[in-house]
Design a binder for this molecule. Structure first.
Ligand code: ADP
Length: 191
């Protein structure tokens, strides 16, 4: 299996690049942000509870997102592999993911981390807010909080994969196609 963690701050382009990668390598896309937004659209208890955190740019509790990912992995038993997008976002989530995949005998192949400067992130998210309708994209102070939460709680996940020799930084500035080619080169070297 090819199991990729796509990593990077909000606005780094994870969703855009995930769509291109999964088409080329026939993988299943697991985006915790997308799953949470679809729970919210269906007005489930989980979705309504998660909204309280998402609207402020805070993280949803680990137990909630870990349970969600586990059930998605289980319901895609025949998959060639997964792209994890927006997960793991804490070291506890990364450890839980390793345990789940160990049971399946299909560990994480690599973490691909999109590197983008802070001012560019804010610019992209404010631009996205015009089409996405996402509450957490509309306001500069919420965006700044998401980047702060990323730096405090999520950035340490990099070290978790570095220690396993699985971390790969990718320059995330430039055209969508150029970035995609950089990602494919890194994947093809590891495959
Ligand atoms: P972005 O990468 O642009 O911040 P996402 O769609 O990945 O957007 O996530 C949106 C929000 O959903 C986050 O700010 C957070 O509240 C919640 N969320 C998504 N994934 C996780 C996760 N793995 N752990 C905790 N909260 C999450």
């Amino acid at each position: 299996m090819l199991n990729i963690v796509l990593f990077g701050p909000p606005g780094a382009g994870k969703g855009t690049q995930a769509a291109k990668i999964l088409e080329k390598y026939q993988l299943i896309h697991l985006s915790t942000g997308d799953i949470l937004r679809s729970e919210l659209a269906s007005q489930t208890t989980l979705g309504l509870e998660a909204k309280k955190y998402m609207d402020k740019g805070e993280l949803v509790p680990d137990s909630v997102v870990i349970g969600m990912i586990e059930s998605k992995i289980d319901s895609n038993a025949g998959a060639k592999g997964f792209i994890f997008d927006g997960f793991p976002r804490t070291t506890a989530q990364a450890k839980a993911l390793d345990e789940m995949l160990e049971e399946k005998g299909a560990p994480i192949t690599m973490m691909l981390a999109l590197e983008v400067e802070k001012e560019e992130l804010i610019k992209r998210l404010l631009l996205r807010s015009k089409e996405s309708g996402r509450a957490d994209d509309q306001d500069r102070s919420i965006i700044e909080n998401r980047i702060k939460v990323y730096n405090n709680e999520t950035a340490p996940v990099q070290g978790f994969y570095e220690a396993q020799g699985k971390y790969e930084g990718i320059q995330g500035m430039g055209s969508i196609d150029d970035i995609f080619h950089r990602l494919c080169n890194a994947i093809d070297l590891k495959k």
